[in-house]
Ligand binder design. Structure first.
Ligand code: XMP
Length: 325
């Protein structure tokens, strides 16, 4: 629309002015905000921007490919992908405690991201230093944090040798004046695929906090399949806009007896956690149509051999959180 187009023009101009002839880095999470921020900055400064995507191996089916292929195709952005899934799995091995999982994933993420960042800084020509870090900060985040803009002082103590101890970046925050729905409109205006622009919230620690029990590659594969089926059926039923999100949780340490064909099974349950919400601070469990629930249940138990039971979480927030961990 006209207003969205003018927001884009205004921000492109502002980013050009701020960055000048220097370079910028933007971390992509797979989420809407970082994708739209990156696309805007790419439009403004082209190859002066390098994006970094850390693949922690905890994404849902197809999401990494969406960033690597669809996002790059739509924007032409320069992208550095770091496949760190082995490293994350190793760091998570045997860990069941939710807070510990979150700490480990956060820590490894910062280490991998900073190392990639340091490489990009080191590779830049000396007359075009990397001086900016792009962030997808939205208006509600600005208000919440008191409104300051600033610099990110990033300690690079885990980095390869020969680089400065501290890299100080100025922040570029082209979405600071926007609300979520406006960000989606800007993303659309910039030609980003619907799968990215209309994406529902997904936690940074990814599927790692949707496996109750220790995270393993096999468990991630099971959950990824079950989650993809639930998402497919919700989309097919036209329910994406009605629900805030629908985590699928694998109870990896629980088994129950079932029967399939003539054979007894002893598999794992998954929990469907569809919620409706305005802002994720509170939520109600979504009254999904029974036929949609039935299709999801039938498909998951038919198509994912190790899962033999599908259950529904009917708890509001509070007292339950949206995620199980
Ligand atoms: P809870 O489980 O606290 O979740 O009710 C509220 C919302 O936040 C999302 N969530 C996260 N998002 N990093 C994120 O970016 C995280 O570590 C994280 N943990 C929870 C969750 O999916 C829900 O939308």
């Amino acid at each position: 629309s006209w207003t969205t187009a003018s927001i884009v023009d205004e921000q492109v101009e502002a980013v050009r002015e701020q960055v000048g002839g220097k370079r910028a880095i933007c971390g992509l999470s797979g989420g809407v905000d970082s994708a739209v921020a990156a696309a805007l900055v790419q439009k403004a400064i082209g190859t002066q921007l390098t994006c970094v995507y850390v693949d922690h191996g905890l994404m849902r089916k197809g999401e990494t490919e969406q960033v690597e292929k669809d996002f790059v195709a739509a924007t032409g952005v320069q992208l550095k992908v770091v496949d760190a899934s082995e490293r994350f799995l190793a760091a998570l091995a045997g860990v069941s405690d939710p807070e510990q999982k979150r700490k480990i994933i956060g820590r490894e993420f910062i280490r991998v991201f900073e190392a990639a960042q340091a490489e990009i800084v080191a590779e830049a020509p000396s007359d075009e230093p990397v001086a900016f870090l792009v962030q997808g900060t939205l208006y509600p985040d600005v208000v919440e944090s008191g409104g300051g803009t600033g610099t990110a002082n990033i300690k690079s103590h885990h980095n390869v040798g020969g680089l400065p101890e501290d890299i100080e970046f100025q922040l570029v925050e082209p979405l600071r004046k926007l609300f979520k729905d406006e960000v989606r409109m800007v993303g659309q205006e910039l030609g980003l695929p619907d799968e990215i622009v209309q994406r529902q919230p997904f936690p940074g620690p990814g599927l790692g906090i949707r496996i109750v029990g220790a995270v393993t590659r096999e468990r991630l594969d099971l959950l990824r399949e079950a989650d993809a089926i639930a998402r497919e059926e919700l989309t097919a039923a036209g329910l994406d806009r009605d629900i805030w999100q629908c985590p699928v949780v694998l109870l990896a340490d629980v088994r129950s007896v079932g029967v399939q064909g003539d054979a007894r099974t002893y598999g794992h349950p998954v929990v469907l956690r569809p919620v409706s919400s305005e802002d994720a601070m509170t939520a109600d469990w979504s009254r999904l149509p029974y036929d949609v629930l039935a299709r999801i249940s039938t498909r998951i138990t038919n198509e994912v051999a190790e899962i033999n039971r599908v259950t529904l979480d009917v708890t509001s927030k509070p007292p339950g959180t949206i995620e199980w961990e």
